[in-house]
Design a protein around this ligand. Sequence first.
Ligand code: BES
Ligand code: ZN
Length: 625
Amino acid sequence: MHRLILAAASVLCAGMSAAAPPAVAPILTTPEARDVHSYARPEVARVTHVALDLDADFTAHRMAGTATLDILAARGGNEIVLDDEDLEIQAITDARGRPLHWSLGQGDATHGRPLIVEIGAARRIVIRYRSAPEAAALQWLTPAQTVGRNHPYLLSQGESILNRSWIPTQDSPGIRQTWEARITVPAPLTAVMSGERLSPRGVPAGPGRRAFRFRMTHPVAPYLIAIAVGDIAFRALGPRTGVWTEPAMLDRAASELRDTEAMVAAAERLYGPYRWGRYDMIVLPPSFPYGGMENPTLTFLTPTVIAGDRSLVSVIAHELSHSWSGNLVTNAVWSDSWLNEGFTTYAENRVMELVYGPHRASQEAALSWDDMQAALRQLGPTSPATALHHDFDDPDGTNSGIIYDKGAIFLRTIEHIVGRPRWDAYLRSYFDRHAFQPMTSAGFLADLRANLIRGDRALEDRLQLDRWVYQPGVPDNAARPDPAAFAEVDAAVRTFDAGGPADGAAFARWNWAERVRFLKGIAQRQSQARLAELDRAFRLADSGNSEVLFAWLRLALANRYEPAVPAAERFLQAMGRMRFVVPIFQALVAQGDWGLPIAQRIYAETRAGYHSVTRDRVDRLLQRH
Ligand code: BES
Ligand code: ZN
């Protein structure tokens, strides 16, 4: 593949601190690696290192201070284009403090605006700025939105293109950057970031404030820079694993996550050494918009995974697996995000198999197959959006049934065709060959052909690689899930659909996956009487497992089952996880005259508590009506 490493070593600036010099990762210059979601023109000038020195201002809801960028520029490259969403720029200077000219170009609501800096010969620039109070990546929580209720909280979510709202850099996953940060916070609070912690307890930094320092010496995609600040405490789980959360959650979180060290060991057996040092997690307040986010060294987690019985720890297997697929080898552009999420969904299931055994893994894989089928039904099997590689206007609006589940099933299909030992060896070598580099669909297929297929025409024909990646629908060679994974549940589904009673004793015995399989497997049109029977027999309204409750609420609301409305309202008030919140509002909105007023009433109460990504999605959903 054609690569361009910009400029000679002579223009390579040293890192700002005495820390390791920035390792400059190559960028891809092939046409399919052009990122339409960033204004950056890395072939002219690119950021190699970001040094943040920011105060977290909990009164003004701003991050304020400086970002110092190290730049690598092509010969004659005398301007650099950064991504900027609503930043308030006060000044931009070179390293000696001499002002540089800068301007903002034309942008749009999704992408922000290009920030063009005339760097001349400067290869280090200092941007003095502050983020807007409404910065899309940041959520400033009131004490009431935390578990402890005594202190405010700050959390960030960078993926996909939100970090440009608090970090002025080239916000493109193909432009890897090392970074460091010094963050000051009000004294009782602790800051954590997605990198090595250099001052774990913080140091005094002026009246009533403390400073925390971090660094990331591996070049990473900028969406992986993340921060959380709050009244948080740490508990070690193993030699290189641990969990942060509010003190009141610490016991529950540590117990739920106690298998994490074993998961890291399992992932290493599959994909080679874990290269990021520590693997810690932070269990965030409930408004966190995702189930998990794979921020390097520090996975961010929704508290909805803390089910009490370790039933939902596949989320950990998932975020951990991103340490290889996503963080080590990274989609160069968002239209290839299946390279992050599909690979990771596949690896997640392999880790689950090693740690919890093949039965549990086969059940979770069968649910993933069902999710793919649901996406195909929803989008239509010939829709271009069902291709793994596809373009979209908003990179956060993709359908997970395709990029996660179809992506994983594609890799499972290759595994079945070439055999596990050969496929496992290949995948491990793929991560090694492309470590700390961007990747495209074309690049992956080329690597597969060069290192696995090696000219075997019969194998090439059996795999149907291009159909999987570029065509809609699912090729007929797809590896199917184990039909026995849910044998008992599927029999119960048939009994219920034939008019039989809801078997409360069986349901009580089932694990979460079996319960979800049942609720999604039965006919989705149900009478009020049958829903009441399920509700009673299975005690669904007080289900403590978020996945089971979610499956029940979707079924109940799609059938206008009024008694489920209070439980739905409580659920929507209790957390802001997009994967739960959006489909529940969707189910209500789909019920027009019955559901729309309920959705509007609930959203009026819950909207302010959601992170901007969740809010934007629900806003759009409700505005259409
Ligand atoms: N990287 C994703 C979260 C993400 C995706 C953020 C796209 C922004 C844009 C993360 O790894 C993820 O997939 N989270 C899932 C959980 C997972 C177990 C399927 C989630 O949030 O539900
Ligand atoms: Zn993921």
